[in-house]
Design a protein around this ligand. Structure first.
Ligand code: CTP
Length: 394
């Protein structure tokens, strides 16, 4: 990584939009970025290495077999602060999703863990092909920012979604992307995730189907953006939360106790955990024999969010609502009742969303604004929620 945080690898895929990246390179340089261009061999059919060398003022190679003495795939990778791959073709996206390393660019991507942005451009049928859709999702789940192509006229006579955005749009997304990773620096973020278990006896409990994936995605995204994150994890396997600062809990009461310790100091609370609304009135010390196991008397758990809302001092509160009917009205009522800044609601009829890597639903802001979220990875939603939370923090 460079000391100035301005070293960018501009990867060029083999699509006709490659010629537009010549202008992109110039405009990135205008912004003070230092650019090394790494074209795929196929892309040289559209724009030759001489063009990239002249514009970037740096040598250009496409294979690991050139300038072997420089070990370019390792040296370049360690120098870069960001990657922008534009255009990213269907084939290049597929190779990246598979973790292939069959040219210099794909080697570099594998050898570097800095943030990477892809700007796809291809025929609409290729973009909407299930293979590409799956590859894009895979890359998004690994943290790549994949820009949505624009709708418009393509190289041939057809029109559709697949166009390379104009340079200014790409530049503004890239500027946002390249500054974003530190945008939560020094913020304390508490995330609850998973589903609570309310003990009936030493063997049995009342639980729910929350997997914890969305909450963990928020915790990881916040950590990647520089925040100090505390994850209060209700019954989530340790493998899922590795690398995070985790407080493991089981019941609603334990979530409540953990929140008591961390809420006052936090800037943003993301309450993704499914908290059981009730617990058995008594916890039997002994396993209940089946002939006595007929009814369970329940008592309500307190509403944790509502309790915290009453004592908040500037914290941004984000809630979730999993509904099966009257989605928007129920979620809006919760937003108001719990005095939240934002609520994300999704339809969980027939168990949809639980355990999945993707989500769809609606974000409702405090002022009533609704933002529809069409099928997205939970990681993408996590970043979106953090964007809004940051906006509310001011
Ligand atoms: N929540 C909470 N304390 C509870 C129950 C829920 O803090 N005892 C939080 C959840 O973490 C979530 C939000 O409130 O962020 C909405 O949870 P949900 O279960 O959908 O709402 P409830 O208020 O329990 O309403 P209902 O079960 O009647 O739909």
């Amino acid at each position: 990584m460079s000391s100035t945080h301005r070293e960018v690898i501009l990867g060029i895929g083999g699509g006709i939009a490659a010629y537009k990246s010549a202008d992109l390179l110039r405009r990135l340089q205008d912004q003070g970025f230092k650019i090394t261009v790494v074209p795929t061999p196929a892309s040289l059919n559209f724009v030759g290495a001489a063009t990239w060398e002249a514009l970037s003022g740096r040598p250009v190679t496409t294979q690991v077999w050139e300038r072997v003495d420089e070990v370019r795939h390792v040296n370049l990778a360690s120098l870069a602060d960001f990657f922008i791959i534009a255009p990213a073709t269907a084939d290049l996206i597929a190779r990246l999703a598979m973790g292939r390393a069959d040219d210099l660019l794909t080697n570099l991507v594998l050898a570097s863990n800095v943030p990477k942005m892809l700007v796809p451009a291809m025929h609409p049928a290729m973009w909407s092909n299930p293979a590409t859709v799956e590859n894009v999702e895979t890359l998004r789940s690994r943290g790549f920012l994949v820009v949505e192509p624009e709708v418009g006229r393509l190289t041939g006579s057809d029109v559709g979604k697949g166009r390379f955005p104009d340079t200014q749009t790409i530049i503004s997304k890239f500027l946002d992307f390249s500054t974003r990773r530190e945008d939560l620096k020094d913020k304390n973020i508490v995330v609850t995730a998973g589903g609570t278990r309310e003990a009936i006896d030493p063997v049995r409990y009342i639980g729910n189907r929350s997997s914890g994936k969305q909450g963990v995605a928020v915790a990881r995204a916040a950590q990647a953006r520089g925040a100090n994150v505390t994850l209060i994890a209700a019954n989530i396997p340790a493998a899922q939360t590795q690398g995070l600062n985790v407080i493991n809990v089981e019941s609603a009461d334990e979530v409540s106790q953990a929140l008591d310790s961390y809420f006052d100091e936090c800037d943003i609370l993301v309450m993704a955990a499914a908290i059981a609304d009730a617990r058995p009135a008594t916890r039997n010390g002994q396993k209940i024999k089946k002939k006595f196991f007929t009814t369970i008397e329940l008592v309500n758990n307190p509403d944790l969010l509502a309790g915290l809302a009453a004592k908040k001092k500037g914290q941004v509160l984000i809630g979730f609502a999993a509904e099966t009917s009257d989605l928007l009205a129920s979620a809006h009522a919760k937003l108001v009742a719990k005095d939240l800044d934002l609520i994300y609601v999704n339809d969980v009829s027939e168990g949809a969303i639980f355990g999945a890597d993707e989500t769809e639903g609606t974000i409702i802001l405090k002022n009533g604004t609704q933002i529809e979220v069409t099928k997205k990875s939970k990681d993408t939603l996590a970043n979106l929620l953090l964007d809004y939370a940051l906006e509310q923090l001011g």
